[in-house]
Design a protein around this ligand. Sequence first.
Ligand SMILES: Cc1cc2nc3c(=O)[nH]c(=O)nc-3n(C[C@H](O)[C@H](O)[C@H](O)COP(=O)(O)OP(=O)(O)OC[C@H]3O[C@@H](n4cnc5c(N)ncnc54)[C@H](O)[C@@H]3O)c2cc1C
Ligand SMILES: NC(=O)c1ccc[n+]([C@@H]2O[C@H](COP(=O)([O-])OP(=O)(O)OC[C@H]3O[C@@H](n4cnc5c(N)ncnc54)[C@H](O)[C@@H]3O)[C@@H](O)[C@H]2O)c1
Length: 445
Amino acid sequence: MKIVILGTNHAGIAAANTLLDHYEGNEIVMIDRNSNMSYLGCGTAIWVGRQIEKPDELFYANPAQFEAKGAKIMTETTVTAIDFDQKEVHATTKSGENVTQNYDKLVLATGSRPIIPDIPGKELDGIHFLKLFQEGQAVDQELAKDTVKRVAVIGAGYIGTEIAEAAKRRGKEVLLFDAAKTSLASYYDEEFAQVMDENLTNHGISCHFGECATAFKGVNGRISQLVTDKATYDVDLLINCIGFTANSALASDHLETFKNGAILVNEYQQTSDPDVYAVGDVATIYSNALQEKTYIALASNAVRTGIVAGHNIGGTTLSSPGVQGSNGISIFGLHLTSTGLSLQAATRAGLKVAFSDVEDLQKAWFLHEDNDKVKIRIVYEEDSRRIVGAQLASHSEIIAGNINMFSLAIQDHLTIDQLALLDLFFLPHFNSPYNYMTMAALSAK
Ligand SMILES: Cc1cc2nc3c(=O)[nH]c(=O)nc-3n(C[C@H](O)[C@H](O)[C@H](O)COP(=O)(O)OP(=O)(O)OC[C@H]3O[C@@H](n4cnc5c(N)ncnc54)[C@H](O)[C@@H]3O)c2cc1C
Ligand SMILES: NC(=O)c1ccc[n+]([C@@H]2O[C@H](COP(=O)([O-])OP(=O)(O)OC[C@H]3O[C@@H](n4cnc5c(N)ncnc54)[C@H](O)[C@@H]3O)[C@@H](O)[C@H]2O)c1
């Protein structure tokens, strides 16, 4: 069987590795327009903020590894069209040569691109996006310039908040904007996001929330001012981080799509064309919290969906268990993690939910060093008492592991009452006998 994989980043790599490592006798062709593969965008802010010196280790795979396993890999080759009737992929190489690859099964792993705000001045120099390694390099080079003193970041979601920290660590004056009332509003309720907002402000980032960019103005073709619905700011550099949109244009005329344009897939990652699979940021994903298909762009989902598609194409039926959109962020030592739905998000989705909040020390009360407070919220359905979300905030790194338990609870449809008496280990170095997770579940009304 000939399998063509379009896009060789996290989702395409996972599909290819699954097929190459577990199934024999297939011809695998991988095509990508980029010159590199496997770039971990999650490391961009860590590198740009000089928490690591170099970006070299942010790549975990290269074309030679796939060639060694028998795949044909075509980088710097842009797919221009797909003929789904003839089962052919048309592409153009770097040198301008047009090439065609036929397929028995096709994997769409073309990912996503940042959304471009449609406002005047968007074409000015000094306005950047952050997705590709090359875009990270461009921002890194800008931050090295002495002339770049004031940086505006539009969008205080994950990328915006992380790059705001990085620019601050590079000694810049940083202004962070979001249309929402707080940072991280898509992931956390106000009570949690405000902890982050305070942290950002305390570290010298100027937060402008509930404020929308309306125009970018320039001098000699380069950004010099940001105009919002509230004021005008002089800026030397602007970074847009207002979310991703699926790269589905190659297939959206032929395949069924979700309301945001992502390719609709079933639990086997199969699209409305049975010979075409879609994985990662280009595809929808099933949310166990919402109990319906949705769109969540995460590298963790890209890897899992690639594995699922690989096995199903290879011949092993494997159904995806769905996801919770579990995520985390760490800014100037403050960690926030969440899974499933916040109270706001659940209410917006029409769920009738309640919540339980607790605040306590991470470790036992008699340990006075490195024993930070933890803030926890569990969100659950009022009638069924099914857990649909959890949020944690602390300077303690231990919370990073805890959120995964809530992810499993949501996946397995556990109720808040089932969580209350769950056997959680106790050791003073890590927690208290009255664990805050237990206490949050026990105190649910
Ligand atoms: C700055 C940043 C930080 C992030 N941090 C995290 C994090 O901490 N945790 C997390 O889980 N997620 C994180 N993400 C999100 C994560 O990077 C994405 O969800 C992930 O990259 C999706 O992988 P993918 O393979 O589906 O798509 P992509 O990474 O978008 O890859 C798609 C590939 O398809 C190729 N392609 C597209 N169109 C064509 C075409 N026509 N022809 C040929 N090739 C094509 C592209 O060149 C690309 O290589 C972060 C993203 C960014 C940008
Ligand atoms: N730590 C992580 O897990 C991590 C890190 C980086 C990126 N990612 C993922 O990558 C994807 C893209 O990240 P992102 O930060 O671009 O998106 P995001 O969805 O996290 O945040 C986008 C932010 O932009 C704001 N916004 C939207 N339109 C706006 C406008 N016109 N003006 C001002 N603000 C506006 C939104 O309110 C939101 O807070 C997301 O799926 C994210 O989860 C994850």
